[in-house]
Design a protein around this ligand. Structure first.
Ligand SMILES: [Mg+2]
Length: 440
């Protein structure tokens, strides 16, 4: 077969006006317009790779530009050469000798890297005719580990340790593949708990969640303790004593403030306290974890890369590992993070919710369970029921569980009509809003 060469790309600044109804609102991000810096890689074989990274509005154009700037490192490469050495390909982008000054491996450049890397994995899975999770589930251990860059984490997990970890799981791998195909993976809902929702909406969303089979619910906190206590009471009333409640402050507090804030909420039965402080505050997370036990500290959605995950996991400040499909450098970096979580015995409960994140984590959580962390007990994967209608292969959550994706690829492809309608700033949905006087 002739090689498949990446010959060009198409980038779209895609934004949805979710702030109009407070969807996605929390104590810090009060008016998010859920957005994606979206990339389609074109090949000479006609095959396309669709990838994206998630943002919440202003600044999405900067991520699009970063993707555009990185593209010359991808164009002209063949799929076969990437597949032959996935680690080298990933490092060529993540550690380019000039671009690395802008990070390295953090911020806008990491977001842009994630969009491209996710698109390349989509391309590879489509070429193989498999959903990405299945491609990675079936991959020989050496090849899977060969996609991971261990630079900066070898003192915690090196190639040999990772290979031993993955191989030890191989004996029971087929059972787990069969299990996720049969039962999926447990999900939790955040759709009930956005901070901008009025009480009756919170109540209605809780009832929806219970009816839909969810056992775990998360609420946003951090603007007013009186409001938080009232909303926690409403949610507890609706979900009953046996379902599980988590809270998320989205980095709102300082360390001492976080420890105080959680006290009046603790009687409502809280499993985890998510992002209590700055996502860079390793010591602060660890101190909070010691102070508020048995409530766990969860973080990771804005943790920059595998090297930072190592700090959080080793320090005890990350007791629930919330890896994000688009914040770090895409699939490769997330494989490293799964290995680190296994090394430190911390449950992986991925972050999702924004545009495309649920579609991606539906694959990643299966890979983690099948290859790295072979237990379902005590684990749930975030689900938010927004914007899935724009995807060609939307995630399916039934009975409170993510079903294993079945179509070839990584499920990040957005419908052409949605790409055109919500392209910023000149798509018709945005032109219409500006005519009506909306400012963005
Ligand atoms: Mg969160």
């Amino acid at each position: 077969m002739p090689p498949t060469t990446i010959i060009g790309a198409e980038i779209t600044d895609l934004r949805f006006p979710t702030s109009e109804e407070a969807h996605g609102s929390d104590a810090v991000h009060v008016d998010p317009d859920y957005s994606a810096a979206y990339v389609v890689l074109h090949t000479d074989a006609g095959l396309e790779g669709h990838g994206l990274t998630f943002t919440i509005g202003r600044g999405n154009e900067i991520v699009c530009q970063a993707i555009r700037s990185l593209l010359p490192l991808v164009e002209g490469r063949t799929l076969e050469s990437i597949r032959a050495d996935r680690r080298a390909f990933w490092r060529a982008l993540a550690q380019d000798s000039q671009f690395r000054w802008l990070g390295p491996e953090k911020g806008v450049m990491a977001l842009a890297l994630a969009a491209i890397v996710n698109a390349v994995w989509d391309l590879e899975a489509r070429a193989a005719g498999k959903p990405l999770w299945r491609l990675l589930a079936d991959m020989p251990a050496e090849e899977l580990v060969g996609a991971i860059d261990f630079h900066g984490i070898r003192d915690a997990v090196d190639e040999a340790a990772c290979l031993a970890m993955v191989k030890a799981n191989d004996a029971t791998r087929a059972e787990r593949i069969a299990r996720v195909e049969r039962e999926g993976f447990p999900a939790y809902t955040t759709s009930c708990g956005w901070i901008g929702y009025p009480d009756d909406t919170v109540r209605a969303r809780c009832r929806d969640g219970v009816r839909d089979g969810f056992t775990h619910f998360k609420m946003k906190i951090g603007q007013s303790i009186e409001d938080d206590v009232r909303r926690a009471r409403i949610i507890r009333e609706e979900i009953g004593p046996d379902r599980v409640l988590m809270v998320d402050a989205n980095q709102r507090f300082d360390v001492r403030q976080a420890i105080e804030w959680i006290k009046p909420l603790a009687p409502f039965g809280i499993w985890w306290f998510e992002e209590p402080v700055s996502p860079d505050d390793v010591l602060g997370h660890a101190e909070i974890a010691r102070a508020i036990q048995p409530i766990k500290v969860a973080t990771g959605e804005q943790c920059q890369n595998r090297v930072m995950f190592k700090q959080f996991l080793a320090s005890g400040g990350m007791q629930i590992c919330q890896l994000d499909s688009c914040r770090v450098g895409g699939v490769n970096d997330n494989l490293a993070i799964m290995a680190l979580a296994r090394r430190f015995g911390v449950p992986v409960c991925p972050h999702a919710g924004g545009v495309g994140l649920c579609e991606f984590v539906a694959h990643l959580i299966m890979v983690d369970y099948i290859r790295f962390n072979p237990t379902i007990a005590g684990r749930v994967c975030e689900f938010v029921d927004h914007l899935h209608e724009h995807f060609v292969d939307p995630c399916v959550v039934k009975g409170g569980r993510y079903l294993a994706p079945t179509r070839p690829g990584f499920s990040g492809e957005v419908k052409r009509a949605s790409l055109e309608a919500f392209a910023f700033p000149n798509g018709p949905e945005w032109v219409k809003r500006r005519k009506n006087g909306a400012e963005r």
